[in-house]
Write a protein that binds this ligand. Structure first.
Ligand code: CO8
Length: 261
C-alpha cells in the first residue's frame, strides 16, 4: 500500500502499528476536507491491512490540531453545510475504525482537534497539551461530537465551563478530569505512544477488537444490556485459539504466541 498523502505522514513499524502525523504545519494542523478525507482513506486501508494492528494519531509539538479549518468553513452557507453533511462522514469514518487508535497530543487540541482526539480510543498527552472547545468565540458550537464526548469524559460542570467560556484545560487538569489516560514529558510523548501501540499490537487481534467494542458499548447501552453483551462476548472468545494459547502460556509460565489474524 502506498502511503502517499499530502496532509498526513505515515510511519509503519514492524511491531505491527502505524504512526499517522497530521501535517499541515502552516495552519497548526487545522482539519480541512482534504486532511479528513485522507485520514478516512488511510484508516479504511489500515482496517484491511493485517500488518497494522494499532494506530497512533499525532500532530506537532505545537499543535495536535487547532480545530476545523476556519478559512474553509467561513463562507459556507447553511445549504452547503446541510448538503455536504459537513464533516459527518469524516466523523463516522474515524468512529467506525475497529482497531485501536491512540491520540498522542502535544500543544493545542482545540475545537475539531479536541473532538478528533476524543474520537480516538484514548488520549496520551504531553505536559504541554491544551484542550478546548472554543467554537463559541466564532459564534458557533462544537460540531464533531465535542459537546457529547467532552461531557461524557469530564462531566457537565467542566464541559459547560469549557464550551461556554472557551477556557482551555491543561494536561494536568485533563488527566485529573479523565479526559486523558496519561501525561508524559513532551519529548517522551511519541516514545510512550509507540510503546503503548506495540504492546496492543502484540495482543490477540480478536481480543483487542472485543475489548474495544466492550468499552464503547458502555456509552450506548444500559448497564444490564452492557453486562449481557460483555458476558456473551467473553463466552465467544473461547471459540478461538488465542484463548487456549493465552491461558496455556500463563499456566506454562511462558509468553503467549497469538495466531489469530
Ligand atoms: N483554522 C484555520 N487556520 C488556523 C486555525 C484554524 N482552526 N488555527 C490556526 N490557524 C492558522 C492561523 O490562521 C495562522 O495562519 P496564518 O499564518 O496564515 O495567519 C497559523 O495557523 C498559525 O496560527 P496563529 O498565528 O494564530 O498561532 P498562535 O500561536 O498565535 O495561536 C491558537 C495559536 C491560539 C491555536 C490560534 O491559532 C487559534 O485560536 N486558532 C483557532 C482555534 C479555534 O478557534 N479552533 C476552533 C475552530 S472551529 C471548529 O473546530 C469547529 C469544529 C466543528 C466543525 C464541524 C462541523 C460539522
Amino acid at each position: 500500500m502506498a502511503d502517499t498523502y499530502s496532509t498526513l505522514l505515515i510511519e509503519r513499524h514492524t511491531d505491527g502499528y502505524a504512526v499517522v502525523t497530521l501535517n499541515r504545519p502552516e495552519a497548526l494542523n487545522a482539519l480541512n476536507s482534504q486532511l479528513l478525507g485522507e485520514l478516512g482513506d488511510f484508516l479504511e486501508a489500515a482496517e484491511r491491512d493485517d500488518s497494522i494492528r494499532a494506530v497512533v494519531l499525532t500532530g506537532s509539538a505545537k499543535a495536535f490540531a487547532a480545530g476545523a479549518d476556519i478559512k474553509e468553513m467561513s463562507d459556507k452557507s447553511y445549504a452547503d453545510m446541510y448538503l455536504e453533511n459537513f464533516f459527518a462522514r469524516a466523523h463516522d469514518r474515524v468512529a467506525a475504525f475497529r482497531k485501536p487508535i491512540i491520540a498522542a497530543v502535544s500543544g493545542y487540541a482545540l475545537g475539531g482537534g479536541c473532538e478528533l482526539a476524543m474520537l480516538c480510543d484514548f488520549i496520551i498527552a504531553s505536559d504541554t497539551a491544551k484542550f478546548g472547545q472554543p467554537e463559541i468565540n466564532l459564534g458557533v458550537a462544537p460540531g464533531i461530537g465535542g459537546s457529547q464526548r467532552l461531557t461524557r469524559a469530564v462531566g457537565k460542570a467542566k464541559a459547560m465551563d469549557m464550551c461556554l467560556t472557551a477556557r482551555m484545560m491543561d494536561a494536568a487538569e485533563a488527566e485529573r478530569s479523565g479526559l486523558v489516560s496519561r501525561v508524559v514529558a513532551v519529548d517522551a510523548l511519541l516514545d510512550e505512544a509507540r510503546k503503548v501501540a506495540a504492546k496492543i499490537a502484540a495482543q490477540s487481534p480478536l481480543a483487542v477488537i472485543a475489548n474495544k467494542e466492550l468499552v464503547n458499548a458502555a456509552f450506548d447501552t444500559t448497564l444490564s444490556q452492557g453486562l449481557q453483551f460483555e458476558r456473551r462476548l467473553f463466552h465467544s472468545l473461547f471459540a478461538f485459539d488465542d484463548q487456549k494459547e493465552g491461558m496455556a502460556a500463563f499456566v506454562e509460565k511462558r509468553k503467549p504466541v497469538f495466531t489469530s489474524r
